[in-house]
Design a protein. Structure first.
Lengths: 267, 364
């Protein structure tokens, strides 16, 4: 299965977009809703499933679409072909502040496991699958849930990390303890597990949750400094509209736990 | 095995985190490792250890001790088959880990799906015992409140007959039925349905249709004894609480009975179980005996009603539409009455023909 080789360029600092150059006949797959612009000559085509060659027949397509539904993505992906005679460009923009990570799947062994909403775009032929997190504990407390996204192929894929990106290659046996929400992607050779934070006090008042994710090498991991959920929490907390936010940071020790709503009567 | 080499990633002990692509081949009890940019390594099978690791244990780590530390190979599960074929013992432990992971996952998913279902089932099962707990602790003030609510609703639905021979007769029956110190209040509602019910708090409501249908004061007394028994045995309260729903029950458990009062108003629509009916019949007979009222009246009224039921007219008496298997109950009543009640019976001094004539002719 030959992948389309795409040239790309990433623009911007904190709010990035990636511009992909397609030769005549080449194509790229984009997550629905991330396209920013495209040049004349590029045809947009919405397909059922992910557009990888693996999905032949109606059943295969349905299965692929069903899996996408599970990961919370839309049933359809959009393919951008270059039907023109020269090189043409299409750009995909990151949905929130962060970094776009270009990953050449052939250099990471052909497979990448990502957090389910991090995928942005890829060369046509990269298959977007789902991988169930089969370690129950990790699935429940790992911050990413049971459903991860699996990218297979040997072309370029673009994933998105919130905030600042840390790309780290772990040596065999090297372990990194990570806040569960900060894992963006890792090679399948990396052991992803969870570890109990150990102290109830830390868990309740330290604001870090009960568990860490532990990543053990060998293999490459991509971490984000700002998970979208964390930013969303802060925005909601700061909002005047949402009850209890008060429009300011809570100064009370217990303010964040919602003690008021716990004890308050519903009348 | 096929001779095609297996691609892997080789991590020498030097601490090189990136590793090198390598090709593997099995040859004469040795593993040949050919890293991309260094010379071929030849390792004895006995020195090798293998374990499943990585995401979902989908990767194999093959390690062996060597100069300067441990050498490591990472091979994808999909590529390992030829090696597993020639050295099954090496991979046995790892394969076990992989199977266990899968099994645990299956188990976990099943549990995740089952738990909410179990919880819902548990709540449904818990309603009855919880309701019974609440019933044990309902204070008299709430019973009175329920009685008042029933009365208020009856007043809303139908006119109460305040005077006349029928009311006098009813009061007479009531005086005979009430035990010393028992506060029972009897009301006659102008409705053609053949119905009567007793509410907690001592409120007893009789529909004029029932009085009209009954052949004597003893028959009415029989029915009322039965209805009062329901209250005495707290059947009505239990049914009220059960139909009130979990939210009301839980608040009642914590002492807030307020919401129960409103529910009591639906007393007329309650259905009791067959066991409850039997119990109420027995207790009713006991009350009749204590009051020295002829218990045959109860039986006679049941028989009259069974006959009208058999006629399959539109006027199925409401009082028994909810009471299952009238025939069966008549049978057990007959059996209970076969042995004569000790003591004498005393007629209720009411001119029943006058009572029936005084009642309004409300044909449905």
């Amino acid at each position: 299965m030959a992948m389309d080789v795409v040239d790309y360029e990433i623009f911007g600092n904190e709010m990035q977009y990636v511009e992909v150059e397609l030769d005549p006949g080449e194509a790229a797959v984009g997550e629905a809703g991330v396209m920013m612009y495209m040049q004349d000559g590029i045809q947009m085509d919405t397909i059922f499933g992910d557009g990888s060659a693996q999905q032949s027949g109606l059943f295969g397509k349905l299965l692929g679409a069903g899996k996408r539904l599970l990961t919370g993505e839309s049933l359809f992906t959009t393919i951008y072909h270059n039907e023109g005679s020269g090189k043409r460009r299409v750009a995909f923009a990151a949905p929130y502040p962060g970094k776009i990570v270009p990953v050449d799947l052939s250099t990471v062994g052909g497979t990448l496991i990502c957090q389910k909403d991090s995928f942005l775009a890829a060369a046509k032929g990269v298959s977007l699958g789902i991988a169930f997190q089969k370690k129950i504990g990790v699935g429940l407390f790992g911050g990413e849930g049971f459903i991860m996204q699996k990218l297979d192929g040997d072309g370029m894929a673009f994933i998105h990390a919130g905030g600042t990106l840390l790309e780290k290659t772990l040596a065999p046996g090297e372990t990194l303890r990570v806040d569960t929400g900060c894992v963006v992607a890792f090679q399948p050779s990396v052991d992803f597990d969870i570890q109990y934070a150990g102290k109830i006090k830390t868990a309740l008042f330290g604001g870090e949750g009960l568990f860490f994710a532990t990543l053990t090498g060998p293999g490459k991991v991509w971490l984000q400094s700002l998970p979208l959920s964390r930013m969303a929490d802060r925005i909601v907390m700061a909002s005047r509209v949402v009850q209890g936010g008060g429009g300011k940071e809570s100064t009370s020790l217990l303010g964040g736990i919602g003690l008021g709503s716990l004890l308050g009567d519903d009348d | 095995m096929s001779d095609a080499p297996i691609s892997a990633r080789y991590y020498p002990p030097s601490g090189d985190a990136h590793g090198h692509p390598a090709l593997l081949r099995w040859e004469g009890g040795h593993l040949l490792v050919a890293p991309e940019d260094s010379e071929v390594l030849r390792i004895r099978a006995a020195a090798l250890r293998a374990e499943a690791r990585g995401f979902n244990h989908s990767q194999w780590a093959i390690a062996w001790p060597g100069e300067g530390g441990e050498h490591l190979l990472i091979v994808a599960d999909a590529a390992i088959a030829p090696l597993r074929a020639v050295a099954p013992t090496l991979f046995a432990a790892g394969a076990h880990t992989q199977r266990r992971t899968k099994r645990h996952f299956g188990l976990g998913v099943t549990l995740l799906i089952l738990l909410p279902l179990l919880l819902i089932a548990g709540i449904f099962l818990a309603v009855e015992p919880l309701a019974d707990r609440v019933v044990e602790h309902i204070p008299p003030s709430i019973e009175n409140q329920i009685g008042e609510a029933v009365l208020a609703r009856t007043r809303l639905d139908s006119k109460l007959i305040e005077q006349g021979p029928a009311v006098d007769a009813l009061q007479l029956i009531g005086k005979r039925l009430a035990r010393p110190g028992e506060n029972l209040r009897f009301y006659l509602a102008e409705r053609s349905d053949i119905n009567a019910f007793a509410a907690p708090g001592g409120v007893v409501v009789v529909y004029s249709g029932l009085m009209k249908q009954a052949g004597s004061a003893e028959e009415v007394a029989g029915v009322l004894a039965h209805e009062i028994a329901h209250v005495e045995l707290r059947h009505s309260l239990r049914q009220i609480v059960r139909s009130a729903g979990l939210r009301v029950i839980v608040s009642a458990l914590f002492g807030d009975y307020g919401a129960l009062g409103g529910w009591g108003a639906r007393l007329g629509e309650l259905k009791f179980s067959r066991d409850a009916e039997r119990e109420a019949d027995a207790r009713g007979l006991q009350r009749l005996a204590e009051a020295r009222i002829d218990p045959q009246g109860m039986l006679r009224f049941f028989e009259t009603l069974a006959r009208s039921e058999n006629k399959a007219t539109s006027a199925v008496p409401t009082v028994f539409s909810t009471h299952p298997a009238t025939a069966e109950r008549i049978d057990s009543l007959r059996k209970a009455l076969a042995t004569p009640v000790p003591g004498t019976v005393e007629r209720i001094a009411a001119n029943w023909d006058a009572v029936r004539q005084a009642l309004p002719d409300t044909k449905p």
